[in-house]
Design a binder for this molecule. Structure first.
Ligand SMILES: Nc1ncnc2c1ncn2[C@@H]1O[C@H](COP(=O)(O)OP(=O)(O)OP(=O)(O)O)[C@@H](O)[C@H]1O
Length: 578
């Protein structure tokens, strides 16, 4: 079967296309169920027009048994199609789960989405729609013409009446769609913004409480909440209005079709059995349209979720798995790197070029806000908006497979985030815990003895240990995690920010150990104590390299510059970038 262009347009539609067999089977079951749905009508006709006239109990028994049998098949077909749809939903989730996880994670990293949870909600919404009542309406609607044809067969007037009601129902659905799409989407957006605001504030609950900020923040949240509430009630009142009209049409149809039937019976054009049967049949024919009106909101929500997910998967395509490489040595080269961020007029890094040879220790210094952390994040390849070249062993860092590169890379961010799990799992980066490596990393970070003092040692859950861990200890666990498994490139962003002298001495030893083992270390710091282990210094100022070269040379140049600054003009010694 050749793929229609709609299904070719995106990864998501292609995955849907791969379930075509399941949907065709659902269609076949729907056909069986819908055709058999005519059996109560036929039964009614037979009972009224034949059994009542002939008074034959045997015919009634035979008719009843046949009808029961047909009902059995109908129920089976209904059950099978529901089961199949539920299973398809689970398979769809399995087929897309990992992709959505990776893509939403990347988009979150790229600061272009509110978080991975949104994408998963979208996936759930799509799954629920295609396995819920909404989709049945789509499968049942095509059978409405059969019922209408039977109505025509009973009497053309009944046929036209049902077409009239179908058109009114469809017009209402269309009108509902036109009026409701925008308000519903706006309401959903405002609601998720308000809850995202609350979530972000809750994360800093301690700060809010300690400084009595809750009171001040409340109006900010209340504004957003009120806006969401107003939009929601507007959208809801629209829905209720449309539902009320839909009910009116349904009741009118039920009664008027009976009335029209009675008129035809009085005129002697149809039998009383046909009148009752037509009444049931018309309700049945219009049920899917009625259901569509009822599930319109779910359909709109699923459609928006579909669009969002389609965009997400398009913007973050699957990475090419073919790019597996040999183990890197840890040499880094930056060429004219410009790192930007949304909402900033000027870039954070403005054309940084430097070379970090494998097996060396480079310390990055610079005033607060000069771009040191941004440089560290750019070097590990996680800054989203970078131009220029960041090369690891001569190859663009973004071309490395992250899962493959991960074990070769150690990164300690400025804000250490430890994850739910044991200390050992955190140090082992949640991979398979290799006890020897965990202990080696903990020893290097000067943590081992401290961990042993915890009641459950390395198995102490971080949540439980959270209360026991000081800022410095958390930093050391982060450091142990960064050096776990002996990575070739270690980037440490202010690893000594929370350390005391003992901790700093342990850090110096760790860095020295890494250097002796031939590892490349890049260390961002404010404190001069660590300079002793540096081979090179890189000084940033306002996103540009102010000085870069062997440590002593840079220090000497800096001293000369400050001396020159104190001397009369014209005698300044320029800092020579190496
Ligand atoms: N995600 C971001 N979006 C916008 N601007 C950012 C972002 N991250 C950092 N910045 C800005 O970039 C500049 C450099 O930040 P960065 O954290 O790299 O500096 P730093 O030298 O590490 O500072 P510090 O020593 O205080 O940690 C700052 O002005 C900061 O406000």
């Amino acid at each position: 079967m050749s793929k229609p262009s709609f299904f070719q347009r995106s990864e998501l539609t292609q995955v849907l296309w791969s379930f075509r067999r399941e949907f065709i089977t659902v269609g076949i079951f729907s056909m069986v169920a819908n055709v058999l749905m005519l059996s109560p009508t036929l039964y009614m006709l037979q009972v009224y027009d034949r059994v009542m006239v002939s008074q034959s109990e045997l015919t009634l028994l035979a008719m009843s048994l046949i009808t029961l049998f047909l009902f059995g098949i109908m129920a089976f077909a209904e059950w099978m199609r529901s089961r199949l749809l539920v299973r398809t939903g689970v398979q769809l989730d399995t087929a897309l789960g990992t992709r959505v996880f990776n893509a939403s994670f990347e988009s979150y990293l790229g600061q272009s989405s509110s978080g991975p949870a949104r994408a998963f909600n979208d996936l759930i919404q799509i799954r629920q729609f295609i396995t819920g009542n909404g989709i049945f309406a789509f499968f049942d609607a095509p059978w409405a013409p059969i019922y209408i044809a039977v109505l025509f067969f009973l009497h053309p007037m009944l046929g036209w009446l049902s077409i009239g009601f179908a058109l009114v129902q469809m017009a209402l659905a269309w009108f509902g769609h036109r009026r409701m799409v925008e308000p519903s989407e706006e309401a959903a957006k405002a609601t998720s913004e308000s809850s995202a605001y609350l979530q972000s504030k809750l994360r800093n609950a301690e700060v809010l409480e300690s400084m009595g900020m809750v009171h001040n923040l409340h109006p900010h949240w209340a504004d957003r909440h009120q806006k969401a509430l107003a939009l929601q009630s507007h959208a809801q009142s629209l829905t209720h209005r449309i539902t009320a009209w839909s009910k009116f049409i349904r009741y009118a149809q039920q009664s008027l079709s009976l009335g029209a039937g009675a008129l035809l019976v009085i005129d002697g054009q149809i039998s009383p059995g046909a009148m009752i049967a037509a009444n049931v049949l018309m309700t049945r024919a219009l049920a899917p349209i009625d259901m569509m009106v009822g599930t319109w909101r779910a359909f709109i929500a699923a459609r928006s979720a579909f669009d969002r997910l389609e965009t997400l998967l398009r913007d973050y395509p699957e990475r090419d798995a073919a790019l597996s490489r040999v183990a890197p040595k840890g040499a880094l080269t930056l060429r004219k790197v410009v790192a930007s961020a949304p909402g900033r007029k000027t870039p954070i890094l403005k054309g940084v070029s430097t070379t970090v040879a494998a097996g060396t220790v480079t310390v990055v210094l610079g005033p607060s806000g000069s771009g040191k952390s941004t440089l560290a994040r750019t070097m590990v390849g996680i800054w989203p908006d970078v131009s220029g070249e960041v090369l690891l062993d001569g190859l663009p860092i973004e071309s490395w497979d992250r899962t493959e590169l991960g074990p070769y890379l150690g990164y300690l961010p400025q804000d250490i985030e430890l994850f739910e799990g044991s200390i050992a799992e955190n140090i082992a980066r949640f991979g398979k815990v290799d006890s020897d490596k965990v202990i080696a990393a903990a020893r290097s970070a000067g943590l081992h003895d401290m961990i042993l003092r915890f009641p459950k040692g390395y198995d102490t859950p971080i949540g439980e240990a959270g209360g026991l861990l000081s800022g410095g200890q958390r930093q050391r666990i982060g450091l142990a995690r960064a050096i776990y498994g002996d990575p070739v490139l270690v980037v440490l962003d202010e690893p000594n920010a929370n350390l005391d002298d003992v901790g700093e001495a342990a850090l110096v030893r760790t860095v020295q150990g890494l250097k002796e083992a031939g590892r490349t270390v890049l260390l961002v710091t404010h404190r001069p104590g660590i300079l002793a282990v540096a081979d090179r210094l890189l000084i940033l100022r306002d996103g540009q390299v102010q000085a870069d070269g062997p440590r002593d040379q840079v220090l000497a140049a800096m001293r000369a510059t400050s001396a020159a600054a104190a001397s009369p003009p014209g005698t300044a010694v320029a800092v020579q970038p190496a």
